[in-house]
Design a protein. Sequence first.
Length: 662
Amino acid sequence: MPKPSVLILAGQRPGLDPLCEATGVARKADVPVLGKPLLDYVLETLSHSGLANDVHISGYDGDLRGHQLAESGEGPADSVYRALQGGITYPCLITTCDHVLLSPDMIANFLTQAAETQADFCVGLATESVIKADYPNTKRTYLRFSDMAVSGCNLFYIANAKGLAAIEFWREAQHLRKQPLKLARRIGVGVGLKYAAGRLSLGGAFDYAGQRIGIVAAPILLPFSEAAIDVDKAEDLALVETILAELHAVTADLSIYSRHTVGKRIAANTGLLVGAKIMGALMGLGSLLVATKYLSPVDLGVILFIHAYMLFFSEVATFQSWQSIIRFGTDDLKRKDVTRLAELLNFSFKVDAISAVFGFVLSLLVFGLIGWFVQILPDIFPQAGETNFATIQRYTGFYCILLLFRQLGTSTGIFRLFDKFRVLAVEGIIMPATRFIGVVLAAYFDAGFEGFLMAWFAGSLASYIYLPVMGALELSKRNLLRPVWQAKASLRRPRRGLWPFMVKSSIDSTLAAANLHLPALMVMGVFGAAWVAVFRIAEEVAKLLSEGFKLLDQVIYPELAKLISHGEAEKIWRLVTRTALILLGFGLTMSLFVMWVGPSLLGHLFSEEYKLAAPLTSLLVPAARIAGVRLRRFTPCYTQRISQRERSMRVGQGSLFISSHF
């Protein structure tokens, strides 16, 4: 059976619609049901049914969502007639914009039965017994025949041009739709009397009407009680929202279990992540310590440069989708809106995938451009030992394959949204632990440069696979995986404000990447690979002493979003200020400690070549703490969408750093 075109009737009766007045919208098709317009529910169902390519909307002057506008007339029947006369192809499925509970199963059942009848015109109906079995108190208009009472389902099927005759009759009899006796008289006195006496069957009525009109007409009985429920009045809207909420409640768990206050949650979650990061930093230092015993400073510096290069492009090309999930998903959780949350996560997954591919391609193109400059100006890239630029380029191309797997934003957002920071803490250990094991094996088997490079590669790959897998398991446990998979989130037309927010957060991540990973790249270009090794050792020590502040915004952002959602924004500044000042004082104390014992300690653990990492560390620790104090302004500003000034500060910071190298 060929796929039908679709006509959606989205007009409304003259005068002010009570539903529009009650919900503050101008068009009935835009009346919100659980925060989403009526029309969107119908369009999503058509999309899930594979019928989104030839959709026409009649009587609607709003956003057509990429579909076609059909000519409309006076009333539904006249609109259908004009639209079909205007060139819509047959067969044609007709429904209304207020058929919120329409489902792919209903459409499939209706179209299958319609094709089997081989009729020119079919009407979808539901029996009173089917409707009242599920919704005994709902009020529907029933046509009572001798064998059954039925109610319309706002589903019509016109197989060919002959079926248009039924629409012509419908135009004439439209005003008699809820007056069955007058309608029967219009069809014929004899059949009207037969209907009034309770002797007219449903099939007999369609046979008689078809003969009178000159077509084959057939009723289609649907086994779905919801098929007969549309949204005509406030009671219908309340019923539909209740049905949708119950359906979602059965299939999805949106609960967040927490017995602690905001402050205690921030402390507990920060403690989890900081503890994991400290363990990771210790294992990272252990990996570097082993590597310095088996690799020259140049070879180790090259490995660290390649890793920093990959991380730089992963941040530059990545949208901070986890922030968008928290910003918009918090409201979805508050409203228990599974559909909107599923669409948000589906959108985020798509953005992560596209960003990963873009980052991989961009990394290869940029390194190729660097290679072209090196050929013209060979002194621009320091070469030492047996590791020349061509070798570095080959290894970098391979290593950047990791970018295709680094799709962590959505999974991170899921765990932060549902307050599952233990998973994020484990993820913080997997990379350094795997890398440390790999480094030990490379040293044991004397694997050389390539063996140690593979250890770094394996550590990153393990982490990048772990978090998305755990994210999928979390969604599955909450019965959200299928809704997210089936959601048809549009990249072109997502929810209002999502793209602007995501772009702004992406700009911030790019600036953060410049400040986080660009130093190692600049050190490589100006001082050479050996100094990259020294610089990264200093960074690892600084990370061990200052990781808490770097994680503060990641922990505190979900809590701030919740405070904003619950109207408690006034608590934000006091909470952030107190935390920032405490951590700043601790950081300055640790900086003095490093300046005092750092040189002798690093010289003892590593070799004399890495002794200069100590003064670098003593500078990096307070720098991290001062940057953290800036979060006192940046994080709450970001949740309240006033982060332009703070973003300008990051631009200035990055510009100052780059210019200082020249």
